[in-house]
Design a protein around this ligand. Structure first.
Ligand code: CTP
Ligand code: MG
Length: 224
């Protein structure tokens, strides 16, 4: 495989509530990170997985992944962006397609990973999986007064993995001055066109306690 996948997993999971780093929290009895890495490693074309772990958990994460898939584990940083940069620095030079995937999107199907990589291979510099926005979205002033209703038809909710030609991702990280939650946003600032492919509801991000409840139900459905 010519595809390397970076898995930032160093976050604390503050919005999920007490219970330790989010990537190590359990879903169906296994850490979110184990679910995520197993699915990523199973995707067509993937030949390298680099995990950015909480700095205090690097050895524990190595042990955790030993029986799951071959993965390099590095210490993450204070921000997601710093964790991605640390993981990127550990990718061998021969990988030309780099995907960046949140450990928090633990149930992302291997097919979504493969489709993003395929779109990069087909010639797109940067690729993101997206879904339509289902809620009505309003712009609201600090006072609480509605300013207006946004045209939902042009909006998309963005998932991971996000895929890049390696030099595009490296240039975006080298150029970044402020903090971003999303690698494609950094690439957009370079003036590079980012291309969308269809996402999957199973690639939902586990952020709040309710998301863990939904993910447990999704996992039970796929095991049935
Ligand atoms: N992440 C990381 N390094 C950080 C912060 C986040 O590697 N310093 C990772 C998380 O582990 C997660 C992904 O980036 O897999 C998306 O971040 P998010 O969902 O915000 O996770 P947390 O930062 O852990 O959650 P919270 O913001 O609620 O604390
Ligand atoms: Mg966070």
């Amino acid at each position: 495989g010519d595809v390397a996948v970076l898995v930032p997993a160093a976050g604390m999971g503050v919005r999920l509530g007490p219970g330790g780093p989010k990537a190590l929290r359990l879903l169906g009895g296994q850490p979110l990170l184990v679910h995520a890495v197993r699915r990523v490693a199973a995707a067509a074309g993937v030949g390298c997985v680099v995990v950015a772990a909480p700095p205090a958990e690097v050895d524990a994460v190595r042990a955790l992944l030993a029986g799951v898939a071959p993965a390099t584990v590095v210490a993450g940083g204070d921000t997601r962006q710093a964790s991605v940069a640390a993981a990127l620095a550990a990718v061998p030079a021969n990988f030309e397609i780099i995907l960046v995937h949140d450990a928090a999107r633990a149930l992302t199907p291997p097919e979504q990973v493969a489709q993003v990589a395929e779109a990069v291979r087909a010639g797109h510099d940067a690729v993101i999986p997206v879904l339509p926005v289902v809620d009505t979205i309003k712009e609201v002033a600090a006072s609480g007064a509605v300013v207006g209703t946004v045209d939902r038809s042009v909006l998309r909710a963005v998932q991971t993995p996000q895929g890049f030609r390696r030099e595009v991702l490296a240039a975006a990280h080298a150029a970044a001055v402020d903090e971003h939650t999303d690698d494609a946003g950094m690439v957009e600032k370079l003036g590079v066109t980012v291309y969308c492919v269809p996402g999957d509801e199973a690639a939902m991000k586990i952020t709040r306690p309710v998301d863990l409840v939904i993910a447990e139900a999704l996992l039970a459905r796929t095991l049935r």
